[in-house]
Design a protein. Sequence first.
Length: 202
Amino acid sequence: MFIENYQADSLASFRNYKKLAERAIEQVSDEEFFRSLDEEGNSIAVIVKHIAGNAWSRWRDFLTTDGEKDDRNRDFEFEIVTDDRNALMAAWEKGWQTLFDSIEPLTEDDFARTVPIRGEPHTVVEAINRQLTHYAYHVGQIVFLAKHFRSTEWNSLSVPRNRSSAFNQFIADKQARGEGKTDRFASAEEFSGNADSSKDRI
């Protein structure tokens, strides 16, 4: 039961972070997509390229090969040469789909196995948690950059400022209607869509 719950929750978390990033990316222009804040900062485009490359390496042949594939060029993930937005988002989608295709069919026996990353052994749970925290870190960067660029035109992806009590009531009402456990990000996004002023959103 624990393994089933963990597997379902980790998949839900990955999907939520993917959606959160995409909702932020949808709000930026092409110029903003490729813009960095300074010479040392990464643009949204670079972060998208890095996550795509990381996922394609880590999750391909997940149980049978090292997560750091010989054909991966990590340094190149932090360079934008001829990449365009559509190509980067296609690579992003490919990387995430590889992740889902690897985690969804895992059995209880698979969770007893060990997988290497750069030669270092990881339990399957450790390998999943490693990537879950890594992607959450970068998704946070994407959201920060998108919100910074959109400024007062930003559409909230979380609970609007000064609306926490109303949001708690919104969740309570959903539960009273028998809607069961709510999606962490979807509920905040649904509630934010009814917020009064975008300038008050976070």
